[in-house]
Design a protein around this ligand. Structure first.
Ligand code: SF4
Ligand code: SF4
Length: 382
């Protein structure tokens, strides 16, 4: 059997691809036929699923929401639908990152978290703090590997309070998600300052690059220099830091410029439809949540209707074509301007083959300054 499972581990062994996932702390190791080779695709299906549990019913009304969520009732995935999707995705799946709007919007959300853990797949989710009940805090401590609290200017206090509630309940990996773009850099530094001064002490501050989409279309992605300045300050001040995979190319260039090549081992660039996947509230697959509705992905691929996930979805011609595009672009975003960089000017051409790591250790390895973030932060609530 290519997938072996115990209470503590999930292990996948196939020709050219090996994966070990520690369910207790989220450590993930991935290697090829030898530790010198890096697989580019998970052959049995994704390791991670970003799942949109709800649309609408969100009182956040954030002006940057790429999902353009509002207070409208929207749609909510049922437990039954989630069970079907989870069964179809395959035993190799290790984590589900739920995107909810307000945490109490989807009446089946708690049951989905429980079911996920019962199936040996470790759940995590992102919340703005709105609708987080004491019952959910306790359930999170019981079944989730991690939780991320998005911090926004007008709900900063709610977010910090929510971080503390999770931590008091024993959720060790309580992260902060911090969207960065040109118009909010001052707020980004304000949050870093708050962490330095102990107003809030998350497991890590996870920086998320703006994808100018939905209500965020008019905002401006940060430049490479602005991103580097944030990293400089955070590392100088010992703020535990993590990134979304969209930011990884910028971080890797920062590490090389600053002589911190050892940190490259803890960084992984875009995994969309190579190791991770996104399924929306209707049960449709897209490479990542941001790709939904973009050119070529106006329609997803139905997971609910597929006969076999591998043949009908993971190796669907559109997915294969997407993968070739992404890998051909050295796993840098082929769609969104998240880099804001002129490669020629920086003279730092990136060749993933030259720089790929011998052993991919996902984002949970202990480092003094770099984040231990393992649980992928691409869930729909930014
Ligand atoms: S395809 Fe682009 S937006 Fe989607 S996860 Fe990859 S880098 Fe991010
Ligand atoms: S970013 Fe998150 S909290 Fe804000 S409107 Fe969108 S779903 Fe709601």
């Amino acid at each position: 059997m290519p997938v072996k499972e115990t209470n503590d581990y999930k292990i996948v062994t196939t020709d050219g691809y090996n994966m070990l996932f520690d369910k207790r702390d989220g450590t993930m190791l991935r290697w090829g036929n030898t530790v010198e080779s890096d697989p580019q695709v998970a052959p049995l299906g994704p390791e991670l699923l970003d799942l949109e549990a709800s649309t609408g019913s969100c009182s956040g009304l954030c002006p940057w929401c790429y999902k353009s969520n509002t207070m409208d009732s929207g749609k909510h995935m049922s437990l039954e639908t989630f069970q079907i999707i989870l069964d179809k995705m395959g035993k190799q799946l290790a984590q589900v990152a739920f995107g909810v709007t307000d945490a109490d919007s989807n009446p089946d959300f708690y049951a989905m978290l429980k079911h996920c853990r019962e199936k040996g797949v470790i759940p995590n989710y992102t919340t703005s703090g709105l609708g987080v009940t004491e019952e959910l805090v306790a359930l999170t401590a019981d079944v989730c590997g991690a939780v991320a609290v998005s911090v926004y200017p007008r709900s900063k206090e709610i977010a910090y309070e929510t971080v503390k509630r999770f931590q008091l309940a024993g959720v060790e990996q309580t992260n902060i998600h911090l969207l960065y773009y040109q118009e909010n850099l001052q707020f980004v530094y304000e949050v870093l300052h708050d962490v330095v001064w102990g107003e809030v002490s998350p497991h890590a501050v996870v920086l998320l690059a703006l994808k100018a989409k939905g209500r965020g279309s008019n905002l401006t992605p940060a430049t490479e220099k602005q991103f580097s300045d944030i990293v400089d300050v955070a590392i100088e001040d010992n703020v535990p830091l993590g990134f979304d995979s969209c930011s990884a190319p910028k971080f890797e260039r920062w590490a090389k410029r600053n002589g911190r090549e050892e940190l490259l081992l803890y960084s992984e660039k875009c995994e969309a439809a190579c190791f991770s996947s996104y399924v929306n509230v209707s049960g449709d697959f897209f490479p990542c949540s941001f790709m939904e509705g973009m050119e070529g992905w106006e329609e997803g691929i139905s997971v609910l209707d597929c006969e076999g996930f591998l043949n009908d979805v993971w190796y669907h011609p559109r997915v294969i074509e997407w993968r070739e595009t992404l890998l051909g672009n050295c796993r840098e975003c082929p769609v969104f301007d998240v880099q804001r960089i002129c490669h020629a000017r920086l003279a730092l051409p990136y060749n993933s083959h030259l720089h790929s790591k011998q052993l991919s250790i996902s984002r949970l390895s202990p480092l003094p300054q770099l984040c231990k973030e393992v649980w992928r932060p691409n869930a729909p609530c930014v």
